[in-house]
Every structure is written in structure tokens, then in C-alpha cells.
Design a protein around this ligand. Sequence first.
Ligand SMILES: Cc1ncc(COP(=O)(O)O)c(C=O)c1O
Length: 459
Amino acid sequence: MATRLEEPTARGLAGAVSRAIGDGALAPGAKLPPIRHVAHHLGLSPTTVSAAWQLLARSGAIRTGGRRGTIVAQPRATGPSRYRQALRQRARFALDLSTGVPDPALLPDLGPALRRLHATTPSSYLDEPIVAELESLLRDRWPFAAERLAILDGAMDALDHVASAMLRLGDRAVVESPGFPPLLDLLDALGVEVIGVGLDDSGPVPELLTAALALRPAAVFLQPRAQNPTGASWTMARAQELARLLAAAPSTVVIEDDSAGDIASTPLFSLGTWLPERTVHIGSFSKSHGPDLRLAAVGAPAAILDPILERRLLGQGWTSRLLQHLLLDLLNDPLSVAAVAKARKEYARRRDRVTDVLRRDGVDVNGADGINLWLPVADEQAALISLASEGVGAARGAAFLAEPPPGRAPARRMSQAHRTIGHAPQHLRVTVGLVSRDHADVAGRLSRATRAGSWPAPR
Ligand SMILES: Cc1ncc(COP(=O)(O)O)c(C=O)c1O
């Protein structure tokens, strides 16, 4: 280690250990010597070594405090593990409600818009990355006056770009729990420590957000409406309250993910109204216009978005302007607009018909907006088996929960004052937006599944 140490500081020692792990000199599971030994051998103070260990632990390179002392951590799985776990049970179900995808039958027909594409001017490397007419249309409907607007390849691409640009190994980020599994996987892959905040029907519980902000997160990732998986949407009052709390955390960037977009029934409130200088708002067109368009708009301050767009020039460069023209056509064409409005109403109808029956059966469901329902069950595995035996697939709820960082209680337990959506022992995510018929029958199967297992149904 002495030969690797380039500077006698905590950061220098952390860098040396990190390089030793990187080149295999320290293998995963290897035990590090006690702090005082390291300090003595390297001629450093124990405080410096302890600070280096803290840096390494925050970045996930080592694990401290276990029975085995301080050890080199196993390399992080960087793939979409929670995402896969949520969908692991995918099999051939007569009715697969595990997927979280929109109903293809409710998407606008792309055929006419594709045929009209002939008329658009071919574009080159040198054109603006965003089609000007699309930008102007989006600005008119944007929930706040964003300094910069860009088109990226879907909300997940936007989350990836923003998180990768804003967050560093060992940073903390607040997420909703339950939340979107690929976001949790992404933050894991970046080595970011996640702080989960519980929700009620109007979004993150203020008291829990306050506690999370005390940990000085670099970013907060929130879904303003039709939250996946709970369906929760902010009221104006809640948005104002969240903005007030975040105003007191000036170094925290707010990233909003409006993934349901035009199929959401609830009005959109954005924290950008109050915090425009540090809000990134992402609006996806996947649920409303088609997941394979891979299009999302991002509005943010130039200081945040410009470096991301500059860096993107070294990769994809821009999002296909052909696709941007297609979206522009779909957003202007009265038939496509009517198709999206019809989809919005139909999703609301499907949701209501299933949740009405469930509520009548005493199942405490939310499912206020969007295509998903967060179904409280007595036992996740038993519920999945019960549904599978009736030909229905659902996603296991555990994958949607942000694990509390080691040594910290789950955020939702910190609240006595609020009854958060996550209060039931276990859940399934059910994409109720795909239930196009036999709603009462499907609801009956879901209801039975809530009671499957050894515990009484959550009421
Ligand atoms: C909350 C949330 N964010 C992001 C995405 C990904 O959206 P996109 O298809 O625009 O990448 C989804 C898709 O289901 C989602 O539910």
C-alpha cells in the first residue's frame, strides 16, 4: 500500500486502496487490517485512515462494522437486477398484469403520421438537436418556464443522463419507496446511496422527506403523478409543501419523472414552478404515444442540461429528428389527440372498475391514476401463486422498495403521523390498465390473492 500511496491524506489513501481493489491486489472479501496498524505502517494518523475507510465505505468499495471487521466489498451487480426481479415470474399467463406497459390497443395509430413524414426536410449533423416546432409546442404545455428544453430517448435515458452527470460514487439520493425498480438499479450501478421515502395518496410524505433531506442528498427523484407503482399524484398543496421543504435544501437537485404523461388524469404540478433553478422535469411519451418511439422531453436549467447535451455529442449526438417530427405530427393531429384522450379515459375506467370491486371486498387499494395498482397482500409469494393458478401474472412488490441503507430504519417506519401506502406487509404491482374486460372477475381473482397465505387479509 505504501508504494501506491500518492498523497498522505484520507482521499489519497482511499484512492490507493481503490486502485489496489481495481487491479486485483485486494480481492473481494479480503479483510483489511485494523486502523491503527494501517496508520502505524503508513505513517498516517488513525483519524486519516478512519476518514479514508469512511470514503471507501460510502463509495461501496469496502464494508465496515460487520462480524468480520472491514472487508473489501463484492463488486456491485451493475445490471437491471431489481427490474428483472420484478418481472422474474414472467410466464405465459392468459392475462399478464406484471409488465407495467401500456395497452397497444390504446396507442394512437402511427400509420397516417408515418405516411405524412415524407414532407419533412431531411436533416443533417449540423441541425439543432431539437426540432424547433416541437420545442415551441412543448414549451406551451410545459409545467414551468424551463430555461432549456431537450428531447432524449425516453424517460429512462433521461434519468440515466441526468443521474450520471449529477451524481458521484458515494453521493446520496432520495427516491420514493415504493418506486421504479430500474431507477433503483441505475443508482446502484452509479454507487449512489439511496434513501427511500414513503408515500401517501398525494405523494411523498413531507415528514419523511424532511428526515431524508437532513442526510443532505445530492438529488431527489420524484414522480409528480400516476406514480409507478402506487398511482399517487401530488395535489397542489402537496407540491407546494414539497417545494417549501426542498427550498431549505439548496444543494439538492430535483428530478421529476412524469412517465404517464398524457394518459394521466390528474393535473401536473411541477416543483419547477417554485425551484426552476434546480428542477429537471422529464415528460415521457411512451405510455401515451408508444414505448417504441423512445421519446421524452426534458426541461431544466441550462447549467444542468447544457453539459449533458454537450457530452451527448460524443455519443448518440441527438435523438432522431425523424422521430421528433413523428411526435410533432401526433401531438398536432386531431385524430391522434383524440386517441390519447380516449386512452386516458379508458385507463381511468379500467382502474375504477377493478378498484371499486376490490374496495367493496375490503381491500385497501389506492390506484388513483396511471396504469398500475399497488395491491396490498398478506404474502407476496402466496399471492403470486394464487394469481398464477387463475392465469394472471403480477409483479412482486419487493423489487419496488428502496432498501434502507445499512444501519438505518426504513424511512416509512419513521412516521407515526402518516399512514403511508407501504404500510401493509407485502404488495404486488398489478398493471390494471391492461384489464380490458371482465373487470369484476379479474378483481375477484386479485381479491382472493390478497388473502392467500397464512395471514389474514390486510384491511
Ligand atoms: C416511473 C417510470 N419512469 C420511467 C419509465 C421509462 O419510460 P420511458 O419508456 O420513457 O423510458 C417508466 C416506464 O414504465 C416508468 O414507469
